[in-house]
Write a protein that binds this ligand. Structure first.
Ligand code: SF4
Length: 237
């Protein structure tokens, strides 16, 4: 990958942020379209990114590739600004792509980076916005698994239903009369989640006190074919 292009010339090699940002965009494209060719592109890009910018001994990403011009110090800017740092983008991509492509070693590298930067991010959180968003994703749980048709047409988990209900309908007459399923209340701390089901403080059908606040639901078969949901009352919302 090249950093810039003009008049048929692309003199500069790409940096970590270039590689990670393109992988991030392709991953978002896959998430929006479910077209597997974007995921194939992401797989190749992530492998190249790890080979060029990840240093196994330092357990860290560097901004320049291993085969780029040798500098006095190999740069490693980890702070997020108007543009996120290459490290934050790479961590975010590794977490999402690692889950989608079943690559636990990618998730492990992202976790190592998060653990290393956590003390600094705790002191200056405003300088690590994108990294903290990736951490929030990492601390969350998968609550429903289904193919793209079932997730839209037969969602089982109340949280999935609420998320889908928040998408506006592109028809003003339908949208005017529609009543979206609203989730009320504050998002609980992912570091200190509530007992039982993490969603029980905001779930519109929670049985509290009762099983929802006492027993954490596991992913189990519900709905169609290979569909799974982590909810004691899946399908009831
Ligand atoms: S387990 Fe209970 S609180 Fe959790 S999503 Fe299901 S109904 Fe809601």
């Amino acid at each position: 990958m090249r950093r810039s292009y003009k008049d048929s010339r692309a003199p500069l090699a790409g940096f970590l942020e270039d590689q990670a940002a393109v992988a991030d965009g392709l991953l978002s494209l896959y998430e929006a379209t479910f077209d597997p060719r974007w995921l194939d592109e992401v797989r190749d890009l992530v492998r190249e990114m790890l080979a060029a910018f990840w240093d196994e001994d330092a357990a860290a990403f560097f901004d320049t590739a291993k085969d780029q011009e040798q500098l006095v110090v190999r740069p490693q800017d980890v702070t997020d600004n108007a543009i996120p740092s290459g490290t934050s983008l790479a961590v975010d991509v590794l977490l999402r792509a690692g889950l989608l492509l079943g690559e636990p070693s990618w998730t492990d590298r992202a976790r190592l980076t998060l653990e290393r930067l956590a003390p600094t991010a705790a002191k200056a959180p405003l300088a690590f916005g994108r990294l903290l968003a990736a951490l929030d994703f990492h601390l969350g749980r998968v609550v429903e698994l289904a193919d793209r048709v079932d997730i839209y047409e037969h969602s089982q988990h109340p949280y999935t239903k609420a998320l889908l209900s928040s998408i506006p309908v592109p028809d003003p007459l339908v949208e005017r009369d529609r009543e979206p399923l609203l989730i009320k209340g504050e998002i609980p701390s992912p570091v200190n989640p509530p007992s039982g089901c993490r969603f029980h403080t905001r779930c519109p059908i929670a049985r509290v006190p009762g099983i929802c606040s006492e027993v954490e639901p596991e992913l189990e078969p519900h709905g169609h074919r290979d569909q799974e949901a982590a909810c004691h009352f899946a399908g009831e919302a």
